[in-house]
Design a protein around this ligand. Sequence first.
Ligand code: ASP
Length: 448
Amino acid sequence: MTPAKEQTSPDHPSNREVSLSDSTQEIMSQNLWLKILIGMIVGIAAGMVLSPEGLAVLETETAYAAGEWLALPGVIFLGLIQMVIVPLIVCSIILGIAEGGDLGFVKSISLRIVPYFIFTTAISITIGIALVNIVQPGLLVDQTLIESVMSSGAAAGRVPGQTFEDLTIPERIANIIPTNPAKASVDRNMLQLVVASILIGIALITIPKATGKVFKDLCIAGQVLSMKVIAWAMAIAPYAVFGLLCNITIRLGFSAITSVGAYMLTVLGGLFCVLILYLILIAVFTKTSPLSYLNAIREVQLLAFSTSSSAATMPFSIQAAEEKLKTRPKISRFIIPLGATINMDGTALYQGVAAVFLCQVFGIDLTLTETVLLIVTTVGASIGTPATPGVGLVVLATILTGIGVPAEGIALIIGVDRILDMCRTTVNVTGDLTATKIMDKWVPDTQA
Ligand code: ASP
């Protein structure tokens, strides 16, 4: 940044745009996705060479220790993203609303986008649950693998614990207001943080501009600084992906991955169906050719795939929406930060498939009511899932407890989680871009 730029106000548009686009350009211009893909392939290959269950070129203990060291850049990468996810999302949502300018716009867009998000998420889970019931991958899992998971402490059958009935609906609704925003950020309760950010954003447009200026400047600084840290994280992303995949392959061996192959294919098939659904929506509602749409968002999809983080990809999605899809900034800057946190169709589908898959593995039959409750809970869970790598799996544990499946069953699917995470994040990000394009068409010019 030049000294001249530094002297102007931080919310001077050119200043902020330059800073944000410096960070994004830095990353996009270096074929980062290609390096990450190479890291992924080499990571799995190296893991197979080192794994005691693979070529076993090292003693088991040495291989595990090597895996831990190799995974270090990955742990740092995840740490950097997690470090800034709360300020990045909170500042972006507040600014998205505050810069939208007027209450009429916020109301008009919210009335459309919230039902749209809920509807597409519910459709995705339904596709997933239908597919997993047709394919029944849970019945194809190797019995010895199930036994080893069960002997590691998990009991078969239903476990007592929190059930759907434990929280009443009024309690759940009351729970979305963060009575203690600091606690919400410590707990990473994204839904509460989103609600708080929306309220603050709305408050900012209703108070005199001069009064809110300092706070708005703070949010701009928070957003720009978070992006800088993301840019640093991205610089080590290829090594991170290499190390994380290598370490997991060393520990689990390739056979643990292939034994849940049918489950993986079910998730991937479901994600593919959701992608097709987006293309249909784009063709029908925006009259854009699906191929040119895919072409415009290809780089962002590859970044989402390689980083497994909707939050880290968010600034690039905004850039692609504005520059390639030609959507209005008011729309993209409102929808993409919001969508990155609450619109996770890929994660929802994955959580639905994984839950039913584990029910099949443990011989638990879900009644129709339980399936409907599973869909409702998964919509809620995917909304609350933070947009960082791997958390969809953690949130899945809560869903499993809700339907009485031993959470230890997760051990069965953890080996393939990284790869599925990459794919579901791609769908999550595509979903946000699709929503932006459609809303750009739906929200009239006068209001936006
Ligand atoms: N990694 C996903 C995302 O950022 C969330 C998840 O499903 O783990 O969109």
